[in-house]
Design a binder for this molecule. Structure first.
Ligand code: NDP
Length: 287
């Protein structure tokens, strides 16, 4: 058994703090005459995991005093009706943030990119609209995707000076890997993005002062690869062969080498919801 030496980056605790702050901001802002922030959640179909994710997001809205507009559509509602629904939310002045839960049901010809591009960029609580992704690339202010934003807030908790550090991001998805890499670049890290065709993942990770794993393969990143003292942020949520929830990083052995590490569960996951609320609040009270 490995001994845990790394300090834990506790996403559960940090997200509770962020949500409490958001609740206080909402109370104070409304007391000063500002509008109650509103988040619309759009859920298409019956995927059980999506239902759980959306339920947690709605519950977080309630807890902070944010208004929630929830829309559930049948899996076969179709692209046109879904787009129409989004247009209506775009026009609703009480809705400041819009989230369409992904993935959309398979086998019904939904065009996810078109759905995301239909959301008003100013109400894009997830930060997936192409204009906002472009703004992130240019380094101009825009809603930042929630999981990458949460990763950066957890990383800040480590206190590591990021300028000049080597960061390795494993995974290149549009929702996690690529935006995290851009955010690390903005903090002046030297960033390497790895993916399924990377020839020597172990060697890449071994060089990294910061490792972000966003793959979706249980314990792919081995503890022995981690540079002593590195900060390890594990985005993955997987079930291992025993049915246990694990990340993309082999936690025990990695924690024995890392300086800081996020657990799964209780690391990046809870931060994603807190950042969704933060994006909605920012959208509601933007000048
Ligand atoms: P995607 O499936 O979209 O992307 C996975 C990436 O991992 C791809 O770039 C893929 O490479 C790469 N990859 C796959 N296998 C390997 C391998 N053997 N070696 C190196 N790279 C590999 O996943 P997401 O980015 O959407 O999600 C990643 C994980 O994060 C999942 O477990 C997901 O559940 C979790 N997640 C957690 C969130 C949270 O709130 N905590 C939010 C979002 C996601 P290639 O591009 O070459 O195919």
């Amino acid at each position: 058994m490995s001994t845990t030496l790394a300090q834990i980056l506790d996403g559960k605790q940090l997200s509770a703090q962020v949500r409490a702050q958001i609740g206080e901001q909402i109370q104070a802002g409304m007391g000063a005459g500002k509008a109650r922030p509103g988040l619309a959640t759009v859920l298409v179909g019956d995927d059980p995991a999506s239902h759980i994710y959306v339920r947690n997001k709605r519950r977080a809205c309630d807890e902070t005093g944010m208004q929630n507009f929830h829309i559930e559509l049948a899996e076969d509602v179709g692209q046109a009706a879904l787009l129409q629904q989004i247009v209506e939310l775009n026009l609703n002045p009480e809705v400041h943030g819009i989230l369409v839960q992904l993935p959309l049901p398979k086998g019904f010809d939904y065009d996810e990119n078109q759905v995301l591009a239909t959301i008003d960029p100013a109400k894009d609580a997830d930060g997936f609209h192409p204009a906002n992704q472009g703004a992130l690339m240019q380094g101009t202010p825009a809603p930042i995707p929630c999981t990458p934003k949460g990763v950066m807030q957890l990383l800040a908790e480590s206190g590591m000076e990021l300028k000049g550090k080597r960061a390795v991001v494993v995974g290149r998805s549009n929702i996690v890997g690529k935006p995290v890499a851009l955010l690390l670049l903005e903090q002046h890290c030297t960033v390497t993005i790895c993916h399924s065709r990377t020839t020597d993942l172990a060697a890449e990770v071994a060089n990294a002062d910061v490792v972000v794993a966003a793959v979706g393969v249980a314990e792919l990143v081995k503890g022995a690869w981690i540079k002593p003292g590195a900060v390890v942020l594990d985005v993955g949520i997987n079930r291992n062969a025993d049915g246990k929830l694990v990340g993309d990083v082999e936690f025990g052995p990695a924690a024995a080498r890392a300086g800081w590490i996020t657990p799964v569960p209780g690391g990046v996951g809870p931060m994603t919801i807190a950042m969704l609320l933060q994006n909605t609040l920012e959208a509601a009270w933007r000048d």
